[in-house]
Design a protein. Structure first.
Length: 442
């Protein structure tokens, strides 16, 4: 069952007399647990035409590098294999994604796509809807609770979104049903072969300054990690998640970012476990607060998008002497006086990940040790999006904004931070063995 709140018509009208239904796969790069794919399959079956699944490989994608491209391509390879098992092809074209969709829409009855929340991805969909001559329908499958159903406005904080999401959870915690008897459309030349992701990264001439991360992309790796997490770590998550040495966090964020894994699948598996409350708080409430922020705050990726009280207090303390002062290059080189900070930055650069608790410290210290809060914001967002495998996600913008006070409340006034929440090394040491972490990542 696909709840109607997940479905939004971007371009209305009756289906054309085309050769196929086109599913433009963009945000949900997976053959499993994919609302948009199943919706497209249902429509194809209803119209008695085959289904074509298309992905546009945009090689000029903002802030992309070899690390992010490899992960993306590994996901495409798995999606292709998963679709093949159902008799469907994945057509990958070397085009700016909406342009390829427009081209293929000319022979389609209608176009179905999935939903994304960042500005340029929304614009891609709007551009297609404006120019296509057939109906375009968007199906939301990367939020457990559809974002506009949970709330119609920018939420203040997790505490204001939480009751709204919790009230609706039951309705949406329903597995996606696979549509049987769908035929694949076979009349298109497959332009890009995704069998060899590493070779393809080389051939595409992607920026190699950031090499592969520690995780392998794709739904196979994602589902394996999910089941290992639920079996081995979920029971310890609540107690130990703030210890980066314990390694009990799920490490699912990159798979969620690329759409290799459905958040609904994760929620369903976790929900069945007795110790799932704090994990579901992160996965559903916090993650969907980020979707809400990007959907409803037009300045989600700008310093000016921070709450007024936070900008005012940071402004008031803008001239405070900094205990240490670093520019972006020094941060990026992990060359500060602070071994814990440098270790965290190294972990990010080498692997593409960092535990949440270290990310808080890492972010707060960039605020404390930069010449201005504006410079700190720019430094943090650019390091975040260059190195993290889960970077360039709604969570990236929302959590960087959180470092500067967004979705938080004022705390006691301090130098540099004003009333924005601060972080200290003492705080880290009270929670876990910082020296062991430093030894590992220095
Ligand atoms: C400064 C800073 C920058 C961050 N940048 C990113 C980023 O670029 N991309 C990203 O996905 N997350 C980011 N986070 C949020 C969080 O740190 C990561 O989502 C988490 O560490 C990912 O690891 P995990 O999958 O093991 O998380 P788990 O602890 O296992 O949590 C499960 C899932 O819940 C969601 N989640 C967890 N924590 C948060 C949170 N604070 N906000 C929203 N959703 C959350 C993620 O989807 C995560 O995969 C950032 C946090 C901070 C403080």
């Amino acid at each position: 069952m696909i709840q109607e709140e997940r479905v939004r018509v971007l371009r209305p009208g009756p289906p054309a007399r085309g050769r196929y239904v086109l599913y433009w796969m963009q945000a949900s790069v997976r053959a499993e647990d994919n609302h948009a794919l199943e919706y497209a399959a249902l429509r194809a079956r209803e119209l008695g035409v085959p289904l074509m699944v298309y992905f546009g490989l945009t090689t000029t994608y903002p802030e992309a590098n070899a690390r992010s491209f490899l992960f993306l391509l590994e996901g495409l390879r798995d999606a292709r294999d998963g679709l093949r098992a159902r008799g469907l092809d994945l057509v990958v074209l070397d085009r700016e994604a909406p342009e390829g969709a427009l081209e293929l829409s000319r022979e389609a009855c209608l176009v179905v796509t999935d939903r994304a929340y960042l500005r340029h991805l929304r614009e891609w969909r709007a551009r297609l809807a404006e120019r296509a001559e057939v109906p375009v329908v968007q199906v939301e499958g990367d939020a457990v609770v559809p974002v506009d159903t949970a709330s119609g406005k920018q939420e203040w904080a997790a505490r204001t979104l939480r009751p709204k999401v919790q009230r609706l959870m039951e309705r949406y915690l329903v597995p996606v049903e696979v549509t049987p008897d769908v035929t694949g459309y076979t009349g298109v030349t497959l332009e890009v072969d995704v069998s060899d992701p590493e070779g393809l990264v080389e051939r595409l001439g992607t920026d190699t300054s950031v090499g592969p991360g520690a995780e392998r992309g794709g739904s196979r790796a994602a589902l394996a990690r999910l089941s290992a997490f639920v079996d081995e770590h979920l029971g310890r998550y609540d107690r130990e998640r703030n210890d980066p040495n314990a390694g009990v966090a799920s490490r699912l964020s990159a798979y969620l970012h690329y759409g290799h894994l459905s958040p609904l699948r994760v929620a369903l598996e976790a929900h069945a476990h007795p110790a799932s409350a704090s994990f579901l708080e992160e996965l559903v409430v916090r993650r969907e607060l980020s979707l809400n922020f990007c959907e409803f705050n037009p300045l989600y990726d700008r310093y000016e998008g921070l709450p007024r009280w936070a900008r005012e207090t940071l402004e008031k303390h803008a001239a405070d002497p900094r205990p240490h002062l670093y520019d972006r290059a020094t941060f990026e080189a992990s060359d500060t006086h602070d071994a814990a900070w440098n270790a965290a930055n190294n972990e990010m650069k080498r692997t593409g990940r960092m535990a949440n608790y270290m990310r808080i410290y890492w972010g707060k210290k960039v605020l404390e040790w930069s010449a201005s809060p504006q410079e700190a914001y720019a430094t943090l967002l650019s390091l975040n999006n260059k190195y993290f495998l889960d970077g360039r996600n709604p969570n990236s913008y929302t959590n960087v904004a959180w470092v500067f006070g967004s979705h938080d409340r004022p705390w006691g006034e301090r130098p540099v931070y004003g009333t924005v929440r601060s972080a200290s090394e003492g705080g880290l040491r009270r929670k876990f063995d910082v020296d062991a972490y430093v030894r590992r990542w220095t």
